[in-house]
Structure formats: C-alpha cells, structure tokens
Design a protein around this ligand. Structure first.
Ligand code: CTP
Ligand code: MG
Length: 512
C-alpha cells in the first residue's frame, strides 16, 4: 500500500517550503474590481516585468495573487503605486504588497468569476451528494480527501500572508522570518483551516553563530530578560501592536500573551484566513513529524481527513475554542490507532528517534529528535483497506479512556499520569496533555458517536447502491448526515430495542 518511493522526501519537502517562501516574496496581493478579467490584470501588471503565476479568488471582494519572476518587478510596481486620497479619512502611511487596482471597469460576462479559485471547501451537503455517487467506501474516503485538502493556490496564499506579515515584523527584526506551521503545511489541512504562523528569530538569536576561540570579537549589546517566555511575550506585544495599528487588512487583533504558548490572533480579511502568530519552536517540529507520518502511507492522510470531517459534521470539533476535542488531538488519535494495527501501519515515535543520526535535536529542553530520511524507515507489510475507518471507530468506542493515556511515542496506551477525561501525551513536551481542555461530556459524546458510526458502517455493506438512479446517501455519506446525531442522543433507549427494530429504523432513515 506504500504509495511511491519516498526517497529523501523530507528534504524535498524542506526545499518546497523554501521555494514557496521565496515565491511569496516575489508576489503581491491585489484587490480588483468585481469580475475584472484576469487578462486585463495581467496586461496591466506585466508592464512591470514577467509574471510567473496569477490567480483570482473572492474574499471581501475579488483578489488576485500575482507572482512576478523577479523581485525588481515588485519594487517597480510599488514605486509606481499611488497613495489613496480621501478627504474624509486619514491613512496610516504604511506601504505594503497588499494593493488595490483602480480604474478598471467590471466585466458583465460570467467568464472571469468561473476562473476564480475557491478558497473554502464545498458545503457538506454537496460533499454528501458527491460521496453517495462513489462505488466503495475506500473511494468515498479518497474523494473526501481530494475535495477537502488544500489546493496549490490556497497554499501559495498562505505563504504570501506569512510574507506580508514578515514585512511588518521586519521593521524591528529585519532578519526574522515567518513560516506557516500546523495544518497549513503538515499535510492534513482542509480548505478554510486557520493559518498558524511561526515567528522565527533564530537567524538573529545567535544560536547558530560560531565565535572564534581567540582574537578580538564584537558582540551586540542586548537587553536581558528573565526568561525565554518573557522575550517572546515582549516581541509579540510589539508585533501584535504593529499588526493592529498598521497592518492593512488585519482586523480583530487579540494579544493572548498569558497563554502557555503566547500568541497574537487576528483575521486577515483579504485572504479570509484566521491567523495565529506564535514563536513556538516545538510546535514547528510537531508539524514536521505529522507531515512525515502523512507521507509514509496514504492511508494516514485519508483517515485523518475523514475523521476530522466526521468530527466537524457532528460538532465533536468546533471553530470556537472550548472543551471540544481539537483537530490536532484527533490527528494524534488516528496516528496512535494506526501504530497499533498488526502489523503496524506506521512506526512509533521512539522508533523514528532511534533511527535518527547521532546529532540530537533538543528544543527548549525537549528531545525532538526523529529521523528525516524516509529511506531509513522500514514499513511493515500491512495491506488493510480503508475499512480501517470502521476499526478506528470500534477502537475508540471501547478504549479505556478513564485509565489510559494515548501515547504515540510508545505506540501503546500508558497509565494516565493525571486526572483528565482525555489524556493524549504531547509527542515532544511529554509532560503536557494535548487534550487538557476536553471535558467529560465532550468525551462521552465522542465515544457515543464512535459506537454509532462503527455500527452504521458495518451495516453499510448491504446498502451499496446499484448505479443508474439518484444516489441515496450510503457508507461514509450516511456518517456525515446530521440526522445521525439525534440517533446518538437516543442511543441508550435504542439499545434496548431488538436488533431487527434498529435495522428497520436505520433503513427508514436511509430512505429518507
Ligand atoms: N499544538 C500543540 N499542542 C496543542 C495544540 C496545538 O503542540 N495542544 C501545535 C501542533 O503542532 C498543531 C499546531 O500547534 O499542529 C497548530 O494548532 P491547531 O491550529 O490547533 O491545529 P492544526 O493541526 O493546525 O489543525 P486545524 O486545522 O484545526 O487548525
Ligand atoms: Mg491550525
């Protein structure tokens, strides 16, 4: 089932990240009159130089991402741009690569909007219809992944927003860089997911500098702080303030500096992204690890996408922070489940650490070492199909959450080190529980939904529709129907009914 040769795939990934960052620096984001033709935009902008890529999308009006072949073209474009003149309002004179195109008239034909690239997922109802037309559950799962995963354009836009933010941060720290992490780059991102950004100051902090042993040297005088966390807090305070006061298109800025991991949260309107800016090195490393797991076997990504989508459809996860299970926790739960298959589908983190070359990666006192060279990783020969989804639900429907902790380092459940309804060990900061926020009610709901979903999937073998008629939701599509949530609420009552009654009820609901 292993997809293709993944020779040095991780270094290819690093190269791609670098390439994306570099492309983003040569790109501009332009607000255009509604339904402007791409051709007209290109014609106008190409007077500044060759354009490698241009695409449009809708978010608070029409926007175009334009990547020039050379940095000089961007400078020329910026030099030629005017300052907005408005007698009634005052402007903060901060110039950036987010601009407005004026003077073009709207086109009335629909052609241009058809070319516009959507930056959000298809509505769940449309997804359910699409899945109902597939012929196997495996195909449904693959189709869901394809519909939800980030597109090339969306990924470019994410890097561009990081690059625009970098320009703001660079006013204080010219050598800094801002990199996307989390689901924007770990391979599990869904269109519309938030944009997690890492403010990387390593280039300045001197961690990589080697001082000569003898002779004269100069060093910078720097203000001292009591802790690394204190430094992060003061840096995020000023950058947060700049984003708030000067950042074009950045609204609703919140500085959440007392959180375990201090962050600045805001909405970037021109891209439609909800953004979190942090300076957490360990989280970056986790993103790399998740990416690696996702690349080892295609079943990993398929299962993660499906479980995340299922969880969202039933309100197991939410876009509002609270006592809900998060996508990150769900991802770790899927990895843990796959490690436990026999033969295992993916190796444990301890195994990946043992395969790593001698030089250790220690970040803030945490051992974050793991092998990056895919060639060193020997996978076992597990040929299970995506029926694994049903197994996943069964696994967590009966998992001993009250006593056991989920641990991808060991690939085996461990005794819970603390009282919390759900305990998932952070892969690198091992004293932390990733799902500390989850309360008993939410966990119970998750377990009940797992039980119900496992049951529904087992039944679905008999309900595969024969082609040629309007597709009725079946298999995975049934699992995404909100109807089933009500089923869970009355699960206890239904349990007492004879099995024949349950099946009759289910068939009725499928017909509807
Ligand atoms: N993270 C962590 N510990 C947590 C929560 C998050 O280490 N308790 C790190 C993980 O690396 C995670 C990243 O922060 O991938 C971003 O967190 P979040 O946005 O919550 O998760 P995503 O994986 O990005 O998923 P989503 O699509 O929901 O944004
Ligand atoms: Mg995220």
């Amino acid at each position: 089932m292993r997809q293709k040769s993944t020779t040095m795939a991780s270094s290819i990934a690093a190269h791609r990240l670098h390439q994306r960052q570099e492309q983003a620096e040569r790109s501009v984001l332009i607000n255009c009159p509604h339904k402007t033709s791409e051709k007209k935009i290109l014609k106008f902008l190409s007077s500044h130089g060759d354009i490698n890529k241009c695409f449009t999308y809708e978010s608070y009006g029409m926007h175009a991402v334009v990547e020039f072949a050379s940095q000089d073209s961007v400078s020329s474009l910026l030099d030629g741009a005017g300052i907005p003149s408005n007698n009634h309002e005052s402007m903060v004179p901060y110039k950036s690569r987010l601009m407005t195109l004026r003077g073009l008239t709207e086109v009335t034909n629909q052609q241009s909007s058809k070319l516009s690239h959507p930056q959000t997922t298809i509505p769940i109802n449309e997804l359910i219809q699409r899945l109902s037309q597939e012929e196997s559950i495996d195909q449904q799962i693959i189709s869901l992944t394809e519909a939800y995963q980030l597109t090339e354009e969306n990924s470019r836009l994410r890097f561009l927003v990081c690059s625009l933010l970098k320009d703001i941060a660079a006013a204080y720290f010219p050598e800094c860089s801002i990199k996307p992490f989390g689901s924007s780059v770990n391979g599990f991102g869904k269109l519309g997911c938030d944009l997690d950004m890492f403010l990387d100051l390593d280039g300045i902090s001197g961690r990589n500098l080697k001082m000569p042993k003898s002779g004269l040297t100069l060093e910078y005088q720097m203000k001292r702080a009591t802790s690394e966390r204190g430094v992060t807090q003061s840096i995020l305070t000023v950058i947060g303030e700049c984003v708030d006061q000067f950042g074009p298109g950045c609204v609703g800025v919140q500085k959440i500096l007392n959180a375990r991991c201090p962050l600045v949260r805001f909405a970037h309107q021109p891209s439609g992204f909800q953004c979190d800016l942090t300076a957490n090195n360990v989280a970056m490393k986790i993103s790399e690890l998740l990416y690696l797991y996702g690349q080892l076997d295609p079943r990993v990504r398929h299962l993660v996408f499906t479980v995340r989508c299922w969880a969202r459809a039933h309100g197991v996860t939410s876009s509002i922070p609270g006592a809900w299970i998060t996508n990150f926790s769900l991802t770790v739960m899927v990895l843990f489940f796959l490690q436990g298959r026999r033969p295992s589908i993916i190796p444990t983190l301890d195994h990946l650490r043992d395969l790593a070359p001698a030089d250790k990666s220690v970040i803030e006192g945490n051992d974050c070492t793991f092998v990056c060279d895919f060639d060193r990783i020997q996978l076992q020969n597990n040929t299970e199909t995506l029926k694994l989804l049903c197994e996943f639900f069964e696994f967590y429907a009966t998992f001993a959450f009250s006593k056991k902790s989920i641990n991808i380092r060991k690939g085996k459940e461990q005794n819970k080190p603390e009282v919390a309804p759900l305990h998932i060990q952070n892969p690198f900061e091992t004293a932390l529980n990733v799902s500390k926020n989850v309360n008993g009610t939410q966990l119970e709901r998750f377990v009940a939904l797992c039980q119900e979903s496992a049951w529904l999937l087992q039944q679905s073998d008999n309900t595969v529709p024969k082609g040629g008629r309007t597709p009725t939701p079946w298999g995975l599509a049934t699992l995404l129907l909100p109807l089933q949530v009500a089923g869970v609420k009355s699960r206890k009552k239904r349990k007492r009914e004879p099995a024949s009654e349950r099946i009759k009820g289910l068939l009725e609901s499928l017909k509807n």
